[in-house]
Write a protein that binds this ligand. Structure first.
Ligand code: NAP
Length: 263
């Protein structure tokens, strides 16, 4: 059920980048559960994307799969074009797709190629996709649903990990992207939010699983468990359903309390 003021009779259309696996899939499924039509974007993993599509459709929701590299301008344009061609509008963009550096190396060894690649996927892609989606949201007839943009940031926006500097820098940039979009788009009643996941159990954290198991067990996070894609999905659904409509530019930590300073 939608929050008061966020009530709607029509089906919302959400575009979720990187929804073939992990957090993006969790978001797509949470939205489908709430009756949203979902555009599932992915880069290369068609089998995983098909599995997400089946799970979305199992909730009775409409689903469009779009392969597109969000780092590529043509890919982004096609992604939005296909969304609008199929559904005629976009009510929610979730900038979720992201990548860790292909190799974790010390800050002093980071190559320009890795820096460029990570920044292109994690920051440039979300910036220009949000720009294009916002233009579409402004241009389309106002429906019953308030348009919104959600950026999936990270605790890495403020946590220095010297063996993945380019990732941390990209997520710090996403924090400013959220603030800028929120300020610019408020006059169009487009809400903008950043979710800051902590340690979430996905393919991305797979290589560091043993390390994070140990750290969580030792109390790194006040809530001593891994986060799940469902944790993030539910938070997106709360925003999508209108429960945070007098907030914009808000950062929501989905991190088991990682961000708390403790003594
Ligand atoms: P993941 O399991 O590695 O999944 C990444 C997803 O993004 C996949 O669907 C992948 O598509 C897609 N993708 C990657 N590069 C893409 C590109 N250039 N264009 C289009 N799609 C692309 O990652 P995750 O852990 O779910 O992370 C999702 C987001 O949450 C990322 O922004 C990440 O930085 C952020 N985050 C994750 C954690 C964590 O602990 N896992 C914590 C904080 C923030 P394919 O399947 O086709 O490869």
């Amino acid at each position: 059920m939608a929050a008061e003021g966020g009530g709607r009779a029509e089906t919302g259309v959400a575009l979720v980048t990187g929804a073939s696996r992990g957090i993006g899939r969790g978001i797509a499924l949470a939205l489908a559960e709430h009756g949203w039509s979902v555009v599932v974007n992915y880069r290369g993993n068609a089998d995983a994307a098909q599995a997400t599509r089946q799970a979305v459709e199992a909730h009775g929701a409409a689903c469009l799969l779009v392969q597109a590299d969000i780092a590529d301008a043509h890919g982004r344009a096609r992604l939005l074009d296909e969304t609008l061609a199929r559904f005629g509008r976009i009510d929610l963009l979730v900038n979720n797709a992201g990548m860790a550096p292909r190799q974790r190396v010390d800050l002093l060894e980071v190559s320009e190629a890795s820096y460029d690649e990570v920044l292109a996927v994690n920051l440039k892609g979300p910036f220009f996709l949000a720009q294009a989606a916002a233009r579409a949201m402004i241009a389309q007839p106002r429906g019953a649903i308030r348009p919104r943009i959600i950026n999936i940031g990270s605790i890495s926006a403020y946590t220095a990990s010297i063996n993945r500097a380019e990732y941390c820098i990209s997520k710090a940039g996403v924090a400013m992207l959220t603030a800028l979009l929120a300020d610019r788009l408020a006059e169009h009643d487009i809400g903008v939010y950043e979710l800051r996941p902590g340690i979430i159990d996905t393919d991305m954290t797979g290589p560091a699983k043993a390390k994070y198991d140990r750290l969580i067990g030792e109390g790194l996070t006040p809530i001593r468990r891994w986060g799940t894609p469902e944790d993030v999905g539910r938070t997106v659904a709360a925003i999508a359903e209108g429960y945070l409509d007098f907030s914009t530019g808000e950062v929501i930590n989905v991190d088991g309390g990682f961000h708390l300073r403790r003594l």
